[in-house]
Design a binder for this molecule. Structure first.
Ligand SMILES: [Zn+2]
Ligand SMILES: [Zn+2]
Length: 339
C-alpha cells in the first residue's frame, strides 16, 4: 500500500509538473492567456502534455511490472537451484535404475545446462511433457513420480519439501487432470502416486504459513482451478455457501453510492478498494479450491468442488445462526460456572 501510494504521488507530482492538474484558482488566471493563443497552439500543447503523461504512465508501468513479475509469477525460472542439484541427480539415477525413466539427452531440455526444462517438462527427470503432471502451490510442474520421490528421498522439516526451482515451501500438490495429459501405461502406478499425493497434502496443507506466501500462492492455485474446472462449474461456485454471501456483499459495495475511496475524489487511486473486492473473492475461490484438492482422492478438486464450497444459501445462514447460538450457550455455561 505504501509503495502504491508512493508511485501515485510521483505520478501526481509529474502531472503537476506538466500542468495537467491545475487547481481552479490558477486556471482562472490562465484563462485570458489561453484566449490570446490560437486554437492550434492550444491543441498542440495539450497533445504534448497528454503524451508526456502517457509516457510517465508507461515508465511507471514498466517499473511496477519488473518489480512484481518475479514476485508474483514464480514460474519465470525453471532451473533446479544449486543446493538441490545433488538430490535431483540422485533421483534421476535412481529412476533410471528402476526403469521408471530413460536417460534424457540434455538437448531435449532445450538448454545448455542439465538442470533446466521447458514450461511443460519436468525439471527433475527432464521428460517433456511431465507424466501425471503435478502443479505445486508455487506454480511449478513436476511428474507425480518425481515430486513424490523427491519428497521421500530428501531430508525435509515438518513443513514439507522445498521447491527445487524456487525454494518455496511446497504445501499443496495439485494434479492436472485435463484430457490429454501424459499418463503411464500401468494403472497401479497411477493409484500408488495418487496415494502419495493425498498423503502429502493431508500432512502438509494445514501447516501455518506466512500471509505473504499465502497471497503469493493465489495466482498459481487460481491458474490450476481455471485449467481444471469448466466455466459452468466456476460460475456455479459463486452461488454456493459462503461464496454467495461474499459475492452479494462485494456487489453491494460496488453499487453503493458512497465509497471508502471514492473515484471522483481520488481518481484512479479510488479504484483500489474495488480491486480489493475482486481480490478478496479470488482469495476465497483459491481457499475453496485448496480444500477441494486436499480432500479429493485423485489430488484434483473438480469432483469435490461443491462439497468444499458448502451448501446453498439457506444452509449457510443456518450454519451461521447455529454457530452463533452455540457460542451464546457456551458463554452462559461459562458464566454459570463462574458463579
Ligand atoms: Zn519427472
Ligand atoms: Zn516452485
Amino acid at each position: 500500500m505504501s509503495l502504491l501510494g508512493t508511485v501515485w504521488s510521483i505520478f501526481v507530482g509529474a502531472l503537476h509538473l506538466f500542468g495537467l492538474f491545475s487547481d481552479s484558482g490558477s486556471s482562472h488566471h490562465a484563462a485570458p492567456v489561453v484566449h490570446q493563443r490560437g486554437l492550434f497552439e492550444v491543441l498542440i500543447s495539450w497533445m504534448f502534455r497528454a503524451f508526456i503523461a502517457f509516457a510517465v504512465m508507461v515508465v511507471l508501468g514498466v517499473i511496477a511490472w519488473s518489480l512484481f513479475k518475479r514476485w508474483l509469477f514464480r514460474t519465470v525460472t525453471r532451473e533446479i537451484r544449486g543446493e538441490f542439484q545433488p538430490l535431483v541427480t540422485r533421483i534421476r539415477e535412481w529412476l533410471i535404475s528402476q526403469n521408471v525413466r530413460e536417460e534424457q539427452p540434455i538437448s531435449r531440455a532445450n538448454s545448455t545446462t542439465d538442470y533446466h526444462t521447458t514450461e511443460t517438462g519436468c525439471p527433475i527427470c527432464l521428460i517433456d511433457p511431465a507424466e501425471i503432471p503435478i502443479q505445486t502451490n508455487c506454480g511449478h510442474v513436476f511428474c507425480g513420480q518425481c515430486i513424490t520421490t523427491y519428497w521421500q528421498q530428501g531430508t525435509w522439516g515438518t513443513t514439507g519439501v522445498k521447491c527445487p526451482v524456487c525454494r518455496q515451501t511446497v504445501n499443496l500438490l495439485m494434479r492436472d487432470m485435463r484430457p490429454g495429459v501424459s499418463m503411464p501405461d500401468d494403472p497401479d502406478q497411477v493409484v500408488a502416486i495418487e496415494r502419495e499425493i493425498r498423503k502429502y497434502n493431508q500432512r502438509f496443507s494445514g501447516e501455518p504459513r506466512p500471509l505473504f506466501d499465502r497471497i503469493r500462492d493465489i495466482p498459481s492455485i487460481l491458474q490450476h482451478f481455471s485449467r481444471n474446472v469448466s466455466l459452468g462449474d466456476a460460475i456455479g461456485l459463486l452461488f454456493r455457501g459462503r461464496m454467495l454471501l461474499y459475492v452479494v456483499g462485494v456487489l453491494a459495495y460496488f453499487l453503493m453510492p458512497f465509497d471508502l475511496l471514492p473515484e471522483s475524489f481520488l481518481g484512479l487511486f479510488g479504484l483500489v478498494d474495488d480491486l480489493g473486492g475482486f481480490m478478496f473473492l479470488a482469495a476465497q475461490v483459491a481457499a475453496i479450491w485448496r480444500t477441494a484438492v486436499v480432500n479429493n482422492q485423485h489430488g484434483n478438486g473438480a469432483r469435490g468442488l461443491n462439497a468444499a464450497a458448502g451448501d446453498g444459501l439457506l444452509a449457510a445462514i443456518t450454519n451461521l445462526a447455529g454457530n452463533w447460538a452455540g457460542a451464546q450457550q457456551q458463554q452462559q455455561q461459562r458464566q454459570q460456572r463462574a458463579r
